[in-house]
Design a protein. Structure first.
Length: 277
């Protein structure tokens, strides 16, 4: 599917993998709706994208409200809120045909089942599941409803398509480490629901693909000492470094453009297989 002239909704869009993906899609001619928490840098990032100059697009589709030239819009929202995500979807539809959704919002709160302070509190486990899994599903269901209401876009190679939903899992879904029961469970579930949702939405010409990143340069990783970051990077077989958000964004853009990618979880990890700890 062509990126140019579409609208993309990106959760976690104010930083890290989400911001890199938003920039990549915006530069390719998509309007982007950045969804992130109210206290994030979403508004400033949207202003930065818009100030950089819009990419002139082809004429908008019939019935579309989008004007020539793409835009970046920030919508503050919690991915677990039905009303707030519906508002974000509505904002995307107001810009034009919503055809791309990228789920990057998530947390990686560690916690052992039996830690130094005792048994892992159930509310801490639930919070990770709610944001990483339920939040992702919330975005999928509401954005899919908007996608299936659009007219299919016909591309030169791929044929008719209505949209693409890209989720973010993690190598922890397969190689979960000690202290990651909640995180691994949430990301494993994102992987597990990819195929059934892809199968269901296939009849509506909507694809669903998940990316499972390895160790990447993210705001969470930036909080570690440089020595720790270098040590983690050296664990990657090749290239022996941390992944870069632009590499995630590059894969996301390719998924959009390659119609045969569907119902799959793609590891983006430099061949790393995480040890127990």
């Amino acid at each position: 599917m062509d990126i140019k002239g579409t609208v993309a909704l990106i959760t976690g869009g104010a930083s890290g993998l989400g911001a890199a993906t938003a920039r990549r899609l915006f530069d390719a001619g998509a309007s982007v709706v950045l969804v992130d928490l109210p206290g994030s840098a979403g508004a400033a990032f949207a202003a930065e994208l818009n100030a950089g100059g819009t990419v002139r697009t082809a004429a908008p589709e019939a019935g579309s409200a989008m004007q020539p030239g793409n835009r970046a819009v920030f919508v503050p929202a919690d991915v677990t809120s039905e009303d707030q995500i519906q508002a974000a979807v509505d904002a995307a539809v107001a810009l034009g045909p919503l055809r791309i959704v990228v789920n990057c919002a998530g947390i990686a709160t560690p916690g052992k089942v039996l830690g130094r302070e005792g048994v892992l509190p159930l509310e801490k486990f639930n919070r990770v599941i709610q944001i990483n899994l339920v939040g992702t599903f919330n975005v999928i269901r509401l954005s899919a409803a908007a996608m299936v209401a659009t007219e299919p876009a016909v591309t030169e190679l791929g044929g008719p398509e209505r949209g693409v939903i890209i989720n973010t899992a993690s190598v922890a879904a397969f190689d979960g480490q000690i202290g990651q029961p909640a995180y691994a469970a949430s990301k494993g579930a994102v992987h597990a629901m990819t195929l059934p949702i892809a199968r269901e939405l296939a009849r509506s010409l909507v694809r669903v693909v998940t990316i499972a990143p390895g160790i990447f340069e993210t705001p969470m990783m930036a909080g570690l000492p440089q020595e720790a970051q270098d040590s983690l990077g050296q664990q990657v077989p090749h290239p022996s470094r941390l992944g870069r958000p632009a590499e995630y964004a590059h894969l996301a853009a390719h998924i959009v453009e390659n119609a045969m990618l569907n119902g799959e979880t793609i590891r983006l990890d430099g061949a790393i297989r995480m040890g127990p700890k």
